[in-house]
Design a binder for this molecule. Structure first.
Ligand SMILES: Nc1ncnc2c1ncn2[C@@H]1O[C@H](COP(=O)(O)OP(=O)(O)OP(=O)(O)O)[C@@H](O)[C@H]1O
Length: 250
């Protein structure tokens, strides 16, 4: 294994995935450093979702290397084992438990693989309470802890789900279009929130909202036809004529 892979948190090299002969990923290479937040942009069908599916083990690549934490070969692992390594994924649509309170949603997430049944018999420890408190602060829902999740705004549900991921103490968070459907104020707050999270964890964010991506102020990777078209600061990729042609200029 090369030096670049060894020192990275996530290392994809030459990854290809075909569906009925169509290459959804085409020799995709991407390296995320420990503690890095990265934004992934690109037109519909560029392969962003397929890339997340490869990282989480939902889809197995036909070719290429996928390593986590330098040396863990994710191609050989199933979805559950990959999740337990500390790779958490947030899908676009929030999937919180609507009929439970904010606090209970977090407590259920903390129970993790032990599940809700185990929670019934589990006496919550002081340390667990403190962790839930800390997560509530991070996700801006401290004052809404007793609210039913059903009564939260769409944006607040997204934050709660981010909190539920945090409860599982991931090393890497994959976040799919968090700003979709949010108000402008929620979108701006989400950028701040993710930047706080990225102080202690690596984060990969797929997003179409360029105002939000600008707020994140991190390195941007532009995907197109299953591989990296351009990479760098948002200003750098925005000035790349190829990016303007396939994505931003449309
Ligand atoms: N299971 C599948 N079977 C066949 N084709 C698929 C499958 N999954 C994805 N594709 C195709 O692969 C290509 C890449 O899709 P993918 O969902 O990864 O793109 P994306 O960048 O996430 O797009 P979007 O921004 O619309 O979510 C698309 O053309 C899609 O139709």
């Amino acid at each position: 294994m090369n030096e670049k892979a060894k020192n990275s948190l996530l290392y994809l090299d030459g990854v290809s995935v075909s569906f009925d002969g169509f290459k959804a990923l085409n020799a995709l290479s991407l390296v995320i450093e420990p503690g890095e937040m990265r934004a992934i942009i690109g037109p519909n069908g560029a392969g962003k979702t397929t890339m997340m599916d490869v990282i989480t083990g939902k889809t197995k690549p036909d070719e290429g290397d996928v390593y986590f934490s330098g040396s863990v070969d994710l191609r050989r692992m199933d979805e559950a084992s990959i999740a337990s390594l500390g790779i958490g994924r947030k899908f676009q649509k929030p999937t919180v438990f609507e009929s439970h309170s904010v606090w209970d949603n977090l407590e259920l997430a903390l129970a993790g693989p032990r599940g809700p049944f185990a929670m019934l018999f589990h006496k919550r420890t002081r340390a667990e309470e403190e962790r839930i408190e800390a997560i509530l602060t991070t996700i801006r829902l401290g004052e809404k802890r007793d609210w039913l999740a059903a009564n939260l705004s769409h944006g607040q549900k997204q934050w709660l789900e981010i909190g539920m991921l945090l409860a599982q103490e991931p090393k890497l968070l994959l976040v799919d279009e968090p700003a979709a459907g949010m108000t402008d104020a929620e979108t701006a707050e989400t950028a701040i929130l993710l930047k706080e999270i990225a102080k202690t964890k690596s984060v990969v964010v797929v997003e179409h909202d360029m105002t939000f991506v600008r707020d994140l102020d991190v390195k941007v990777t532009v995907l197109h036809e299953g591989s990296v078209l351009s990479e760098g600061t948002l200003d750098h990729v925005s000035a790349d004529p190829r990016v303007v042609e396939v994505y931003l200029g449309r």
